[in-house]
Design a protein around this ligand. Structure first.
Ligand code: ADP
Ligand code: MG
Length: 481
């Protein structure tokens, strides 16, 4: 039997507002426990929530970015459940009239093929606090700093057909919210997390299978792995003649497996009802127009522009725009060196490889865009070869200094003087009688391969500094003479 995977995501995005969704407490990350929880966040009797306008603006911007319907009158509901990190006994969320209605996320692959993932809706809600299990022996601590942090929850239709596609969708949401500036997108701090709903069905079937929901995946890698192991588990069950239980599961990244958390029978009855403390929120047309007019360039538009303006491939453009800071860095490098393709290769190649290894973000890069652009200029004007440039780049990352300083002090200038190169070549030819004989006896089409040996020798003697174009030109002359 051939199985088809079906995935729907529920993505939680922490909004980068200054204050909480219903109180004036700060949302800054990392403060000492409970120093950013006021009377509203702690659910003191008699306190009342006040809705944060900025949270609505952020949600509307997201809605406009995915061509969604914006709900003109939206309502908050209470979702009732008990948990120590939720002192109110309910989460304030939206159920019937979420601020963002149906929309679309476009996934564009490296060949410019588009696949649409339909968004069912996106709603505003508050985050809960945190339980701290490790700090207090035999007890659990409660930190309410996160309580009331504004979230949008984005719910997709079950439109994805592989773990890779789910990751692509999550990445696109990450890109959109960071381009809009409505979230810092920092997944290590939990700013974006997702629940993956997964089912399988026989290929060709158009009814949905029973799904499981794997909660709280907070990295691209974990989403991919969790979905893949969950699909494998479901296939095993069905092929053994067993059935899938609809349930909530947790992913254990150490064991690379999903485990049951609670089944549908144990599911809560949340007794949703409209929150009597909050009035319906009416959005004025002018607000929507103003937000539409403030919309920055989005990842898909940037990807297209990079192809049109800079002649990049769809694949390269797609990689560069995934992260707005990388895209902006690339543009600054391209402007500095005036060679976009070379700039793209350096940013995606040497620079990102170095930053990955050093575990730095692009904002922490020891080499800024101007400095990298300048180094590339020295390849273009033939002061150094691409290979030597890699050496210079390593020094720039390690000890610092500008490209010109390093080239000068380490004597790395490319040797382009043809008489000096000719002298080196004469020496190599004189020392390589057997190879010269072999070369001259070879068929013309085999010679191309054999010439590599001589190029290598000349480069070695010049410590990599001979201009390769010149070396090849003069070698061909001498060997074919
Ligand atoms: P509930 O009301 O139980 O939360 P929803 O209909 O809201 O369920 O769906 C929640 C998420 O699960 C959505 O992202 C949806 O696309 C996804 N989903 C629903 N059914 C399936 C299924 N059979 N397989 C995979 N995903 C599904
Ligand atoms: Mg739901």
């Amino acid at each position: 039997m051939q199985w088809e995977t079906v995935i729907g995501l529920e993505v939680h995005v922490q909004l980068a507002t200054q204050s909480k969704i219903f109180s004036g407490s700060s949302t800054a990350f990392g403060a000492a426990p409970n120093t950013q929880a006021n009377a509203v966040d702690m659910a003191m009797p008699g306190t009342l929530p006040v809705a944060n306008e900025q949270a609505f603006h952020s949600a509307i911007l997201f809605g406009l970015a995915i061509q969604a319907d914006i709900t003109r009158t939206s309502v908050f509901e209470r979702k009732n459940y008990f948990y120590p990190d939720l002192p109110k006994g309910y989460q304030t969320t939206q159920l019937e009239k979420p601020i963002v209605g149906a929309g679309t996320i476009e996934l564009i692959d490296g060949d410019n093929n588009i696949r649409n993932v339909r968004i069912h809706h996106a709603h505003l809600e508050e985050d809960a606090g945190k339980s701290l299990h490790e700090d207090f022996h035999g007890m659990t601590g409660i930190d309410l700093n996160r309580a009331g942090t504004p979230l949008i929850e984005i719910v997709t239709e079950p439109d994805m057909r592989s773990a890779a596609e789910a990751v692509a969708c999550f990445k696109k949401i990450h890109a959109i919210v960071t381009y809009l500036g409505i979230s810092d997108g920092d997944m290590s701090q939990g700013s974006l997390r997702c629940d993956a709903n997964v089912s399988i069905r026989p290929v060709g079937s158009d009814t949905l299978g029973t799904r499981t929901e794997t909660k709280n995946l907070n990295s691209f890698k974990f989403i991919e792995k969790a979905i893949n192991v969950e699909v494998a588990r479901q296939i095993d069950l069905l092929e053994d003649g067993k059935s899938i239980t609809q349930e909530t599961r947790l992913y254990d990244s150490e064991k690379n497996e999903t485990r049951s958390m609670r089944s549908k029978e144990e599911a809560n009855d949340y007794r949703y009802f409209p929150c009597p403390d909050l009035l319906p929120v009416v959005i004025a047309e002018e607000t929507i127009t103003a937000l539409q007019n403030s919309m920055p360039e989005l990842p898909d538009q940037k990807m297209l522009r990079f192809q049109n303006d800079y002649g990049l491939s769809a694949y390269d453009a797609g990689l560069l725009v995934e992260d707005r800071t990388v895209a902006e860095f690339f543009e600054a490098v391209a402007q500095q060196c005036q060679d976009p393709k070379l700039a793209a290769n350096w940013v995606m190649g040497d620079l990102l490889a170095y930053l990955n290894k050093a575990d730095l973000s692009i904002g922490q890069s020891p080499v800024d865009a101007r400095a990298l652009g300048h180094l590339i200029t020295r390849i273009i004007d033939q002061t150094i070869s691409g290979k030597i440039a890699k050496q210079v780049f390593e020094v720039m990352c390690g000890d610092g200094g500008t490209a010109d300083e390093i080239i000068e002090t380490q004597g790395l200038k490319q040797l382009s003087d043809s008489s000096a190169i000719e002298a080196l070549i004469d020496q190599v030819i004189a020392n390589s009688a057997p190879q010269v004989a072999q070369y001259r006896a070879a068929e013309p089409d085999k010679r191309k391969k054999l010439v590599g040996y001589f190029v290598g020798q000349v480069m070695k003697m010049s410590q990599g500094q001979a201009n390769p174009g010149e070396v090849n030109r003069i070698l061909a002359q001498k060997l074919n003479a």
